[in-house]
Design a protein around this ligand. Structure first.
Ligand SMILES: [Zn+2]
Ligand SMILES: [Zn+2]
Ligand SMILES: [Zn+2]
Length: 299
């Protein structure tokens, strides 16, 4: 019951954030075109990507919570990582587009209606703060963090657009419009980069800073262990780390081997917060040695 309630809250938050973003997008796009402000139009384009990001994140979260099956034995947790990767890539592309447009704005300044720009930007800021407060409750995993970063970026960009609108109305500094656009684009790109990097590392099965040398030392410190090799460590998602390796021991009863393996697994899981440790016990296998498999029935 408790779990279901949590999901309902998330659904409601995502829905509010999505509706708010659709409203901001429409208002800024129309207002930006009427006022002739590139910064406002850019903000609208960015908000449109937010809507898409939120829908992808929401869908991925639904898929990720599905239980594992015999086909997907790791479950569907990676769906969120793939979504974060796609979101980030898309946002980097949008940032590049905004940078190109801002350079055009510097080269060909157009007259801008500062007053209209100001009104729309203030509406955008208020809407972004509301969305930010709603999404802040969900902070945690990559997608939600990515979504929250958008909202912070949007709020900051709205402040920038407000400042530009005031200065354009007051002293007609038209160059502030493309400048704010450029700053917003660089900001989005900077914030997106870390999410893209983390998602890429997980998809590449990279080691999430687990000290394998230290683990090997711990394993070798067990009196019954003669050697340890063939280590693999990777992440399923941001919260789950998996580890596999081989351990060489004296020839002994399987009951004794199982006891030793369980002991090593327990020590490593506790000390290094690894959720899934798989150990292959061996008597005299040295890595890369050809093993006689004749006794196995391969059908
Ligand atoms: Zn955004
Ligand atoms: Zn291997
Ligand atoms: Zn081995």
């Amino acid at each position: 019951m408790k779990h279901e309630h949590g999901n309902e809250m998330n659904n409601k938050n995502y829905l509010i954030a999505t509706i708010m973003n659709v409203i901001i997008t429409g208002a800024e796009l129309v207002g930006g075109l009427l006022a002739g402000s590139l910064a406002l139009v850019s903000d609208a384009i960015h908000n449109l990507t937010d809507v898409i990001s939120l829908v992808i994140a929401w869908t991925a979260q639904r898929i990720s919570s599905k239980e594992m099956t015999t086909k997907n034995t790791f479950g569907y947790r990676r769906a969120q990582i793939i979504a974060a990767f796609v979101n980030s890539t898309f946002l980097i592309m949008v940032s590049l587009f905004l940078i190109i447009e801002s350079i055009r704005g510097f080269l060909n300044p157009h007259p801008i209606q500062g007053a209209l720009m100001l009104v729309i930007a203030v509406i955008g800021l208020v809407a972004n703060i509301v969305t930010g407060l709603v999404l802040a409750r969900n902070e945690g995993n990559l997608n939600q963090r990515a979504a929250l970063l958008h909202v912070i970026g949007d709020a900051l960009s709205s402040v920038g657009v407000i400042f530009a609108a005031v200065m354009i109305t007051w002293v007609n500094w038209l160059w502030l419009d493309p400048l704010i656009t450029l700053l917003v684009a660089i900001y989005i790109m900077h914030e997106t980069w870390s999410v893209l990097k983390e998602a890429t590392n997980i998809l590449m099965e990279a080691n999430p800073d687990v000290d394998l040398q230290a683990i090997k030392k711990v394993v070798l410190s067990c009196s019954y262990v003669k050697g340890a090799h063939h280590f693999h460590v990777w992440q399923l998602d941001e919260d789950r780390t998996l580890l596999t390796f081989h351990v060489t021991m004296e020839n002994q009863s399987l009951t004794q081997v199982e006891k030793s393996i369980l002991e090593i697994q327990e020590v490593i899981s506790e000390k290094y917060h690894i959720d899934h440790v798989t150990i292959q016990p061996e008597v005299d296998h040295i890595d890369d040695q050809i093993v006689d498999t004749n006794e196995c029935q391969t059908n």
